[in-house]
Design a binder for this molecule. Sequence first.
Ligand code: ATR
Length: 485
Amino acid sequence: MICASLTSPTMQTALADMKKACEAADIVEIRLDYIDSPAVKPFVENRTKPIIATNRPTREGGKYEGDEKKRIALLREAAAAGFDYIDIELDSVERLGEHGASKVIVSYHNFKQMPDNLREIHEQIVAAGADIAKLAVMATDICDTLRMFDLLRDVSIPTIGLCMGEEGVITRILGPRFGSFLSFGTLAEGKQSAPGQIPIRDMRGLYRVNDLDAETKLYGVIANPVAHSMSPAIHNAAFQEKGINAVYLPLKVADVRRFVAEFKKLDMQGYSVTIPHKVDVIDVMDEVDEFVSDIGAMNTVVNRDGRLCGYNTDCLGALRAIENVMGGEEPLKGKRVVMLGAGGTSRAIGYGIKARGGKLTILNRTVSKAEKLAGEIGCEWGPLDRLTEIEFDVLLNTTSVGMHPNVDDTPAPTDVLKEGMIVFDAVYNPMETRLLREATERGCVTVSGVDMFVNQAVAQFEMWTETDAPVERMRQVVVERLKVR
Ligand code: ATR
């Protein structure tokens, strides 16, 4: 069940929000402590879904600062008026008294950390006569969530278990799958009543919280920070499009070694890996493919019967995007390829071009870096201005030149661009860089950073599911996201 937690400041806005919440959610929590002069009857009279009365004091993370007796009296009033559930804190439950037909949620909050005695607290809640237990604790590391899932798996009464904070977001998505009575969400962005809550629109549309079951396969992106990753939008849309029972989670990971070791018990089927873990994660794989050993960075984990295997689809995605427009068998073989840049992206793509038989030359602003990378890959190198002197079939920009906000910059003079050439730009913001615009005007075939980004996700999806990826749907998600930026 998804519960909308309402933090409206007045009776008028709270009643209007309850109407929307009754449409969006399965159950609605009215946070009486947020409302100026709250009255309980109008909620009961106007609700179309079960409602919870909560009047949280500041000591448990709420807004109520007044007299304790009055605080509890309002909850009793809510029970008498016909609220379906009354939420009362463990430290106050003795004072609740008569609560009619309302069920009692006995709650515990810890805004600092995951307590050592989580189970003991749950036992105290049961002993206090709760109909439903609620434990909301702050996750300071994503591995804290595993203790919450363990608790949810074997409880004697219905229990709401969640971890707050960005590290705890996955408990809000997976909680019901592990048996949580409900999961709280917000009606709109920015209306959180607790850290880490996500909009109900995403709980339903993106993560399909109510559809997840014991069979649901788990995937996710390991990153830090993770909030702005586009990968959950892309992969969840792809799973949905293909009717695959799987969910893709945002995983804010500080210590990748600990994460990989401890999350083995969840048997996640695959991960994307991004900044800052692309290098460190290699050490904790059971095996990695040849590109990963060469490049020294990876972005994809596939769980093969418990063995974690590492790949680099940044490399594979770029190759695929480029080869798609060239067509035919081994299209890069023997082609003269110039790559501008000698950074991390260049490294991933450069090894790929070499492996496909391209005749590669690396040109870079800092020539020593071009020399070093070319020495490792085994190819030609030089300064950027060499571009006007050499002949080539394929031009790859892997520098950040032309990226927002410097959209008027370009790494290549227009007159080197000739009809029929392949021109690739790893920059995806803007989607059409000045380089690609001028290349199109000169009759070149262009490949954008969006194509690379989509294809790295496509390659991941296909490795994980062993089925064709819904490429157009994935591209649509990326393009929509980039447009609203
Ligand atoms: P990434 O991981 O995205 O590849 P990076 O490793 O920082 O990022 O690499 C950035 C690349 O863009 C480098 O090749 C860099 O050139 P230097 O090695 O000389 O720094 C290149 N780059 C960035 N800004 C540039 C500019 N204004 N002109 C030319 N090259 C530039």
